[in-house]
Ligand binder design. Structure first.
Ligand code: AQP
Length: 343
């Protein structure tokens, strides 16, 4: 067995997370994931961030758009502050160990577990017989993404918590079935004021890159005028803002805008409300628009610059894939040995 592989419950802290190149990046991806990846990188813990292109094709992706979105996501990671020398950045399809381990996990996970997943129910909808088999098995591939690195911490938005919990169930069943302590119980890390950024048009729906309405989201590539316009048109209620978080409880749209402001300005919701309590949205929305433009414009500019150099991006991804494989290959090899594969 390789010395690089740990088999006891004292796993070295290691962070893994991913984003699908399934369209343009949103403010939800930025606040719920990317901004927090950057914070984690600065702690010095080994961090591995993936463009999960194999997840993206669980629903139809035009090949040319997928290629572009993968490079744009890599540009977005770097423009947000990830340093490809400090963190490992790569695309999932370049590290075949993910799909190899996912097959083993397909044989560990139970159909009933997958059927309970909220994302499956939301995305497959009423026409589940027509959804891809990949969409159903998505959480087993996600478990493999995490566990093929023996990752211990997974920074995600609120919507992915259930999948990380399923990853723990898969790890526990594998360890139990084979009588080993091989896979760690990865922890979801869900922190900050914007773990669930909601649609600007409907405070009960998550802001999502695949929402048919572009007005529902802020894209990281939106220019200043577009950001200001979308915030101006965001759905709100006629009341003034409260002075305490409790006053936002039944006001989904107001809560969403305040949460976004808090996350962008790195303040608590209470601190924001202490400042803006009593203001009308006609006054608060321009403040939010100004802050959003101030924080997002440099990211958008840097993304555009990086996108002019696709060969440079491809080099970063190839280098990341090589470093990722160096960690994943011995873990997969040991998994095969535990399962009883000869060779
Ligand atoms: N609205 C959100 N608020 C907070 N976090 C969010 N994330 C996504 N949307 C929000 C977090 O971003 C990471 C990557 O997500 P993903 O793109 O891989 O998948 P997703 O959660 O399904 O995001 P989308 O935008 O809704 O993509 P589509 O439309 O393609 O399904 C995750 O950590 C997620 O929590």
């Amino acid at each position: 067995m390789s010395e690089a592989v740990q088999t006891s419950s004292s796993f070295t802290p290691r962070v893994f997370s991913g984003i699908q190149p399934s369209g343009g990046l949103t403010l939800g991806n930025y606040l719920g994931a990317m901004k927090r990846f950057v914070d984690t990188q600065e702690t010095g813990v080994q961090s591995i961030y993936c463009m999960v292109d194999l997840h993206a094709i669980t629903v139809w992706q035009d090949p040319e758009n997928l290629r572009r979105a993968t490079r744009e996501l890599c540009a977005g990671y770097i423009a947000s502050g990830l340093d490809p020398k400090k963190s490992i950045l790569f695309n999932q399809s370049q590290v075949p160990e993910h799909t190899q381990l996912a097959w083993i996990f397909n044989c560990v996970a139970r159909m009933g577990w997958m059927q309970r997943m909220t994302q499956w129910k939301d995305k497959a909808g009423k026409n589940s017989q027509n959804a891809s088999l990949g969409l159903f098995a998505y959480p087993a591939l996600m478990a493999a993404d995490i566990l093929v690195y023996h990752a211990t911490h997974v920074p995600v938005g609120e919507d992915q918590k259930q999948h990380v919990e399923l990853t723990r169930d898969i790890a526990a069943k594998f360890n139990h079935d084979y009588g080993v302590d091989f896979f760690p119980m990865a922890e979801p890390v869900i922190e900050g004021a914007a773990t669930r950024v909601m649609s600007l048009r409907d405070g009960t729906k998550k802001m999502s890159k695949s929402d048919p309405s572009d007005a529902s989201r802020i894209n990281l590539t939106d220019d200043a005028d577009t950001i200001a316009k979308k915030i101006r048109k965001a759905k709100t209620d006629p009341e003034a803002l409260p002075s305490e978080a409790k006053g936002l409880e039944d006001r989904a749209e107001a809560r969403n805008l305040v949460n976004i402001y808090a996350a962008l300005s790195e303040q608590s919701v209470d601190a924001v409300l202490a400042d803006v309590g009593g203001k009308q949205f006609s006054e608060f929305k321009p403040m939010l628009a100004e802050l959003a433009v101030e924080k997002l414009a440099p990211i958008s500019t840097e993304m555009s610059r990086l996108m002019q150099e696709p060969a440079e991006i491809d080099k970063i991804l190839a280098d990341g894939a090589e470093r990722a494989r160096a960690i994943a290959a011995p873990i997969l090899k040991e998994t095969y040995r535990i399962v009883g594969m000869v060779g």
